[in-house]
Design a protein around this ligand. Structure first.
Ligand code: BG6
Ligand code: MG
Length: 213
């Protein structure tokens, strides 16, 4: 039985993946770089500078470390500006009833997000109290697909890997969950999540084998 659920945040609990995309789109457009939703799938789950590298590689552009940091900062500024307007409509449909259902079943929950802005998002949408642990990009050394973030999430809940299940919208995140020895449900279209054995686009359809109290 499952005792804990570890959620990625952007693109899983909230639609902030859209704002990450728009942040990079602004930087790309300003520089005449090609960037679209398809390329953006490679930016999911990976840290700021690694996301930029995906775009640079796609455009065969080489930059100095200093320039990379400047563009990554610029994207984060745009992203944080967009965050000022987030509201209940940015929460993935069905997520709140799903979290309530898990809480009522005594399931422990954690957020495991690569983002350094994750706590800002959770607080702005009043979601923090659902989670027994929040692990963010500030708490890890090795990014997804390394398992560190999920191992930390499970440990913070006092659980082992085989007691946890992960929800992820990033291929890097699905790989990280598997590397942590956890089952993972992909959120989004299966075509973008080749490592996920199961994908959902709707939380109402999720059946988790939980122990009823
Ligand atoms: C992840 C997003 O959750 O956070 C990535 O999927 C993003 O797109 C990463 O690059 C890092 O976020 P931030 O907010 O720290 O730049
Ligand atoms: Mg994500």
């Amino acid at each position: 039985t499952v005792k804990g659920v570890l959620f990625d945040l952007d693109g899983v609990v909230v639609f902030t993946d859209k704002y990450h995309y728009l942040g990079w789109k602004k930087v790309a457009d300003d520089n005449g770089w090609n960037f679209d939703e398809e390329v953006n799938h490679g930016c999911r789950g990976v840290p700021r500078l690694a996301s930029l590298q995906v775009i640079l590689d796609h455009n065969k552009v080489e930059l100095s470390q200093e320039e990379k940091e400047r563009f990554a900062d610029k994207k984060n500024e745009v992203y944080k500006e967009l965050l000022k307007q987030i509201n209940a409509e940015d929460v993935y449909p069905g997520v709140i009833p799903f979290l309530e259902k898990l809480r009522n079943a005594g399931i422990k929950m954690a957020i495991c997000s690569s983002s350094k802005n994750a706590t800002t998002v959770l607080d702005a949408l009043d979601l923090t109290s659902f989670f027994g642990a929040v692990i963010t990009g500030n708490d890890i050394e090795k990014p997804k697909p390394d398992p560190e973030i999920f191992l930390k999430g499970a440990a913070s809940l006092g659980l082992t890997s085989d007691e946890c299940i992960v929800f992820e919208d990033a291929e890097s995140g699905v790989q990280a969950a598997h590397a942590a020895g956890m089952k993972c449900i992909g959120v989004g279209e299966a075509a973008h999540l080749p490592s996920a054995k199961t994908c959902i686009t709707d939380y109402a359809s999720v059946m988790i084998p939980v122990q009823t109290p």
